[in-house]
Design a protein around this ligand. Structure first.
Ligand code: ATP
Length: 275
């Protein structure tokens, strides 16, 4: 068994930065999410796990404005700021509010360079308008310089600096996944949502990802993670929520989840106990 390597205690008394209450999502007759409650506190890595079809991606899609939930509330409270309701906001507005996500299937601009991929992700925080872009006034040029600098420093952090001028499509698979995270970081999120970041990775790539996600959290970011790799989940998470058939069936720290009978039953045939 791998113990959680969290360096920070779970802050159960602090105010959640994300508070989800009674979240429900119906697709015709299918209830994909059924009154889901979930919280993420500042500086935590929280995992959302569950068997295939449990509703995890539907949850991310509700949270990031791709789906409008049938019911419930999605509340974001950035540290030291007022609570904002995210329900019904368009995806770009959700990003502006401080949520950034990666996807199960890699979504990069394959024929743009690694640096350009990150710079484009940054546009949601830029101020230059069309005229500035056409006439390239001093303020626009200064902003561009800052974007290049910031993008480069994110790529360095993600161990991608040697690929900056390479087309994204030419990167090895694990590096493409890291570039997705770099793009999300470029939006300066309060909460980073990772949808199966280890999918398709070999053990070495997964190990590197484990270290990287820990570092990102240690830099102060809160992270909500959907992941099937139980070893990674148990190693990284401060707190775990388990879903099945759209409902939360358990929550707790890795040790509590590993030994929870409802979780073991939901995963019958899959090995949570060995993780
Ligand atoms: N756009 C949609 N229209 C109709 N049904 C949908 C839609 N999206 C998801 N569902 C259904 O909602 C349920 C939850 O699916 P979801 O993809 O959220 O599960 P998941 O936990 O992410 O699964 P996996 O681990 O396989 O990715 C499934 O029954 C799925 O068929």
């Amino acid at each position: 068994m791998t113990a959680s390597k969290s360096t920070k205690p779970t802050m159960t008394t602090s105010q959640p930065i994300l508070e989800v209450t009674g979240l429900t999502m119906d697709f015709g007759g299918i209830r994909a999410l059924d009154s889901l409650d979930l919280q993420v506190r500042e500086g935590e890595i929280v995992a959302l796990i569950g068997p295939n079809g449990a509703g995890k991606t539907t949850f991310f899609n509700c949270l990031t404005g791709i789906y409008k939930p049938t019911g419930g509330d999605l509340l974001l409270t950035p540290p030291g700021q007022k609570t904002r309701r995210l329900n019904g906001l368009k995806p770009n507005k959700v990003t502006q509010q401080g949520l950034a996500r990666t996807f199960q299937n890699i979504r990069l601009f394959p024929n743009m360079t690694v640096l350009e991929n990150v710079m484009i992700a940054r546009h949601c925080r830029t101020r230059a308008k069309v005229l500035g872009a056409i006439f390239r006034d001093r303020r626009t040029r200064e902003e561009e310089r800052q974007i290049v600098e910031l993008s480069y420093s994110i790529l360095e952090k993600m161990g991608l600096e040697s690929w900056v001028n390479e087309f994204a499509k030419n990167l090895p698979y694990g590096a493409q996944r890291r570039l997705e995270i770099a793009r999300a970081l470029a939006t300066e999120p309060i909460l980073l949502l990772l949808d199966e970041p280890a999918a398709g990775m070999n053990p070495q790539e997964t190990k590197e990802l484990d270290d990287l996600i820990s570092e990102i959290r240690d830099d102060g970011l809160s992270i909500l993670l959907i992941e099937h790799d139980m070893k990674l989940v148990m190693s990284l998470s401060d707190h775990i929520f388990v879903m099945d058939y759209g409902k939360k069936i358990a929550e707790g720290n890795p040790e509590e989840i590993r030994t929870n009978p409802d979780v073991i039953k939901a995963y019958l045939g899959e090995d949570v106990t060995d993780a």
